[in-house]
Design a protein around this ligand. Structure first.
Ligand code: ADP
Length: 334
């Protein structure tokens, strides 16, 4: 698909360049032909005057003029062929450079669609077979049917959550997402995020330590809350009951560093390079059915950080815990 588009684009480049080049050549040919005739006429006029008294003048040398015109045509053809060859090569190269980012974007989109359909198909197939099997069961009682329906609703909720997360990922990915950038205190963001995750932390009897910090950053409040909800939610999910989570804010090398540290299960060195990839979950997370997730949280978090021109890093030791650190540029006070 992209090879034919590249060839078409090259053909367009060539058509435009050759149209300009041939128009100029025609113009040059017309001007120079007129100049040759004018030169011949002037020469003849001078010779006429010299031969006037003695003999009749020598004939007008039309062959010499035709030869000059022929040579002019040949020179213009050579120049135009060279332009055609050079612009063909350069045009093909430039067409490749123009189409390269578009090709990458289309490939990324195709990967996203196939990954998403794969993730959606598994729970949908399970839901469909459970419904089919129970529909064929003639002895199904009302109590059993109700139990089945409530299980199915759980599956549907799971699917809904997955599609919501996919939607969020595409929203943060698109350049025209509806984010409002303003000066905000880190404290207002962390406090809102904490309010959302506290019930889960409480249910696991975990303690989240946070010292208020009023540093200002320039960002979109809602997406930043989302970012810290994802990181805190993971810290809670992947920590044991009664675990400790510490939120620390410090400024270092003209950057504001927000770190979220847990003393939970940690991440293996093999998983570390992949955790920000879409749909990536470590084998231990996949195996533990009580830890819910789709492997989309950290890729959404990464997109949010990228939109704020920040960086996100992780340091972790398996069995001992993890520290996720987000670096922002502080907002200027005036
Ligand atoms: P999810 O939590 O839904 O699986 P994420 O994208 O948020 O997806 O995380 C990807 C993977 O990174 C998780 O499956 C888990 O293996 C690992 N991970 C993320 N945060 C932590 C953490 N705080 N401690 C241990 N592992 C983590």
């Amino acid at each position: 698909m992209f090879t034919s588009a590249r060839l078409k684009l090259t053909a367009w480049y060539l058509a435009i360049i050759m149209f300009i080049s041939l128009s100029f050549s025609l113009f040059i040919y017309q001007i120079l032909s007129m100049e040759i005739y004018r030169f011949a006429r002037t020469q003849r006029y001078r010779i006429d005057r010299r031969y006037d008294e003695i003999l009749s003048p020598p004939p007008f040398d039309i062959e010499l003029i035709n030869e000059a015109k022929h040579r002019l045509i040949m020179t213009l053809i050579t120049i135009n062929s060279s332009i055609l060859a050079i612009s063909g090569t350069v045009g093909y190269f430039l067409a490749g450079r123009t189409l390269d980012p578009i090709q990458q974007m289309v490939e990324e989109q195709n990967r996203f669609i196939s990954d998403s359909s794969h993730e959606l198909r598994t729970p949908l197939t399970a839901l469909k077979s459970s419904l089919e099997v129970n529909l064929r069961d003639k002895k199904l009682t009302l109590v059993e049917a109700k139990k089945l329906m409530s299980e199915n609703i759980e599956d549907v909720n799971h699917l809904q959550l997955l599609s919501d997360n996919l939607l969020k990922l595409t929203q943060y990915q698109s350049s025209n997402s509806s984010q409002i950038f303003e000066k905000i205190t880190l404290d207002s963001i962390i406090t809102s995020a904490l309010a959302k995750v506290q019930p889960l932390a409480k249910s696991k009897r975990q303690i989240i330590k946070y010292t208020k910090n009023n540093s200002l950053i320039f960002g979109d409040k809602n997406s930043l809350i989302e970012l810290f909800v994802i990181l805190l939610d993971n810290a809670i999910k992947y920590s044991h009951n009664k675990g400790n989570i510490i939120i620390n804010i410090e400024s270092k090398s003209k950057q504001l560093l927000v770190s979220i540290q847990d003393n939970g299960v940690g991440i293996s060195p093999a998983d570390l390079p992949h955790i920000f990839d879409r749909f990536y979950r470590s084998d231990t997370s996949r195996a533990k059915t009580d830890i819910s997730g789709f492997g989309l949280g950290l890729s959404i978090a990464k997109k949010i950080v990228d939109n704020h021109h920040g960086t996100i890093k992780v340091a972790s030791q398996l069995g001992h815990g993890s520290v996720f650190t987000v670096a922002f540029q502080p907002a200027k006070l005036n």
